[in-house]
Structures are given as structure tokens and as C-alpha cells.
Design a protein around this ligand. Structure first.
Ligand SMILES: [Ca+2]
Ligand SMILES: [Ca+2]
Ligand SMILES: [Ca+2]
Length: 196
């Protein structure tokens, strides 16, 4: 049997990764310049401290941030950047469940690296906890509420409610980080050469 070289290399990398524990990082900062509150259409929009973006940070604790219809939230982590292959988990809060109340909500999830946002997937509050694979390296996770677009007849008045955001990342061999940092590294090298 003739196994392609690239397959064998991938198998070795997987074996190496399998021996290491994934570390989990809860979102720890709000990227203020990339966060915009959306529209809330009810008088009790401040109930449960739901307009406080800090409620989306840290471990799941019951407190949540209602993004507002069309709102967007960008968060950072103590580990400043992640290599390709990390998994992001987003927890949402909807009292009594969306199916019984027609209170459907949705967000588009993006990863952000060097100011460039890459779409990952659209998720809904029909699942309380959603985990997505992030195929590219990133610094931030950005959520953009698309409740109105995805569920035009929803009774939601303040959009997707973020309880917590966390990233599970398996440490990768140094070569993986070098690949990820390739373009940035070349740019830095160029700057150094000019300054000599
Ligand atoms: Ca909700
Ligand atoms: Ca909501
Ligand atoms: Ca929370």
C-alpha cells in the first residue's frame, strides 16, 4: 500500500497533538472599538443587567449580555492568539426555550486576525451551547446578531444573549506557529532589514 507523504505527516502531527491536553480560555476582554450595541424594542431591556457586555466574559455564571438586534460583540482572551484548529464554544441564555415561545435568536460567528474577520458559521439559540472548529488562526471572536434576518417572525426584542465564550486549543508543534506567523514574520524581517 502506498501512503501519500502528506497523510503520514498529518498522522504524526495528530499523534503529537493527541498526547497533549487542550487548554481552555474564557473570553477575558471586550474589544471596545469593535463592539456595537444593537436595537432593543422593549421597556425592560435593562432587566437582568443584560446590557452589560462584561456578562459575556469569564466562565458560565448565569449572567448574560443581550447583544441587541443587529448588535455586535468582539472579545479577546488572555492568550493573545490561537493557531488553526482551536474550538470555540458559545453559550446562550433563553428563558423557557425558544421553541415554546417563538423567541428565536441567531448570530454569525467570526474569527478576527490582524483586523481581518473570517466567517465561521451561523448559530441559533435552538442549541444552548454550540462548539465550532476555527480553521484559521485568530486573536478575537466576533459575534454579529442576525436574529431579524434568520427569524423574521421571532418575538426576540434584544437579540442573541451571550452567557459565555471560551476557546479550547491544543498546543501545536513550533512548526505550526511558524506557519501561522509566516506572513507577519516576513513583514517584521523586512522592517528589520530596512532599519539596519
Ligand atoms: Ca436568548
Ligand atoms: Ca435576547
Ligand atoms: Ca456570563
Amino acid at each position: 500500500m502506498n501512503i501519500p507523504k502528506i497523510g503520514a505527516t498529518a498522522a504524526i502531527l495528530m499523534t503529537m497533538a493527541g498526547g497533549t491536553q487542550a487548554a481552555t480560555y474564557a473570553a477575558s476582554s471586550i474589544v471596545a472599538s469593535e463592539t456595537v450595541y444593537g436595537t432593543c424594542t422593549r421597556i425592560n431591556c435593562a432587566a437582568n443587567d443584560r446590557k452589560n457586555a462584561n456578562n459575556a466574559l469569564g466562565e458560565a455564571d448565569g449572567a448574560f449580555y443581550a447583544m441587541g438586534l443587529g448588535g455586535q460583540l468582539t472579545v479577546g482572551f488572555d492568550t493573545k492568539s490561537f493557531a488553526p484548529g482551536a474550538r470555540v464554544t458559545i453559550n446562550e441564555v433563553t428563558f423557557n426555550g425558544p421553541q415554546s415561545s417563538n423567541h428565536f435568536e441567531a448570530v454569525d460567528v467570526y474569527s478576527v486576525l490582524g483586523g481581518i474577520a473570517t466567517f465561521i458559521d451561523r448559530i441559533a439559540n435552538t442549541t444552548q451551547s454550540t462548539t465550532l472548529l476555527v480553521a484559521q488562526g485568530f486573536e478575537y471572536i466576533r459575534l454579529i446578531d442576525v436574529t431579524r434576518t434568520e427569524f423574521p417572525s421571532s418575538t426576540s426584542f434584544d437579540g442573541f444573549d451571550v452567557e459565555s465564550i471560551s476557546v479550547a486549543a491544543v498546543p501545536v508543534p513550533a512548526a505550526g506557529f511558524m506557519l501561522m506567523a509566516g506572513l507577519g514574520g516576513l513583514a517584521a524581517l523586512g522592517r528589520r532589514r530596512k532599519s539596519v
